[in-house]
Design a binder for this molecule. Structure first.
Ligand SMILES: *[C@@H]1O[C@H](CO)[C@@H](O)[C@H](O)[C@H]1NC(C)=O
Ligand SMILES: [Zn+2]
Length: 374
């Protein structure tokens, strides 16, 4: 892969000039964008392999919680065996559990290059919460956040073969050991995001608070490039409240606005190429041109909070205003806008491919299509 060799030399040159390492990637070609699948029937709300099993109440401490955990673990075990599975379990009392400690279990699915040592990879981190709100009874939380979980499963499934090819080619060339080479990806499915009584610092984000604290205190060997697992997160993309029609996702943080622009540009290019099904009044990500001075401290509390307060860069992909169905019985499968759901699955998948620099292993179908012409 000559492109990689050149980029290695380029990075070395940058180091010589004492410039901080940069991770640069090539935008996906139009033809690569065209190949990205939407997930189609796998998002069917009755029978869809990815989404349907999550559309049940899944409150911590109930059988629904265990059923969806099994759904995620079975999926990765059976379809994506190269991904590691880690559980991060904790317990906590809640304002409605009396003296009972409820179980919370975050799941982390991760793929790193085979050559990295512990703590050596930088990790594109994609996250969503899988628990559901305790009241109203029977609440499903389709947008909150069953759909985001299913989207991340779809993304993992599609990027997997490209990761394998990239690792194989880089191993064959003896590459690895630079920031640009040692890229991995992890998907965090959080438990216990929802409050049990009313949202507060202690009644919310049970799983994410426990995980951020644990990672902050898990030190890598001395002299590691990254101090702890939090430091390995190249960007933390949190999906929440997605699946309703006409969403608006604002750009919330100037620090990660460049990543927002990358996501927005993918949406824009996909719309121009007529690859998306939804026809919203305006783009899902309308703030590509936001000026630095326009950023206000608009902060929406969510699972990123324990991470952002520890310095992790965040891209918060949350619909704001919230969907009309938010925290009502209408947040169910029937009220999802399926074209929007499928479009999100394409956009997020393309973002992950681009971040991981997968033009290096652009499929031959994409190249062939561009060479053949009309
Ligand atoms: C975490 O809890 C789940 C059930 O909620 C269990 O299946 C799993 O084995 C536990 N893992 C660890 C490492 O304790
Ligand atoms: Zn919620």
């Amino acid at each position: 892969m000559p492109g990689r060799v050149i980029s290695t030399l380029f990075l070395l040159a940058l180091h010589c000039f004492l410039i901080a390492p940069v991770v640069a990637y090539t935008a996906l070609s139009d033809n690569f964008l065209r190949l990205i699948p939407s997930g189609g029937d796998d998002f069917d709300i009755e029978k869809g392999k990815l989404l349907a099993p999550i559309l049940i109440p899944r409150v911590p401490g109930t059988p629904g919680q265990v059923a969806v955990q099994k759904h995620f673990v079975d999926f990765f075990t059976n379809e994506l065996p190269k991904w590691s599975i880690e559980w991060y379990n904790s317990t906590s009392k809640t304002p409605t559990s009396g003296n009972k400690e409820l179980p919370f279990a975050n799941l982390v699915f991760k793929r790193e290059p085979p050559w990295v040592k512990e703590g050596q990879s930088n990790l594109l981190t994609l996250a969503a919460h899988y628990d559901s709100l305790i009241t109203p009874e029977g609440f499903i939380g389709a947008t909150d956040s069953a759909v985001p979980c299913a989207i991340l499963m779809h993304t993992a499934r599609y990027i997997d073969k490209f990761i394998t090819q990239m690792h194989d080619e880089m191993s064959a060339l003896g590459e690895g050991g630079t920031v640009a080479m040692d890229m991995g990806v992890q998907i965090i499915l959080f438990d216990g995001e929802e409050a049990f009584k009313s949202w507060s610092a202690t009644d919310s984000c049970y799983g994410s608070r426990a995980l951020a604290e644990r990672w902050e205190n898990s030190f890598h060997p001395a002299m590691s490039l990254y101090r702890n697992p939090l430091d390995q997160i190249s960007i933390f993309v949190l999906l929440d409240l997605l699946g309703s029609p006409d969403p608006t996702i604002p750009s919330l943080f100037l620090q990660t606005h460049w990543a927002y622009k990358a996501m927005a540009s993918i949406e824009d290019r996909m719309r121009k190429l007529d690859l998306l099904e939804s026809k919203p009044q305006r783009p899902f990500l309308p703030e590509m041109e936001k000026e630095p001075t326009a950023f206000r401290p608009l902060y929406i509390d969510d699972d990123h909070k324990p991470f952002i307060t520890r310095g992790v860069p965040i891209l918060h992909m949350i619909a704001s205003p919230f969907p009309d169905v938010w925290h009502t019985m209408k947040d169910d499968g029937a009220h999802l806008d399926m074209p929007t759901v499928r479009d999100w699955s394409k956009i997020v998948t393309a973002f992950a491919l681009e971040w991981l620099d997968m033009m290096e292993v652009e499929p031959v179908e994409a190249k062939g299509a561009s060479a053949s012409g009309p």
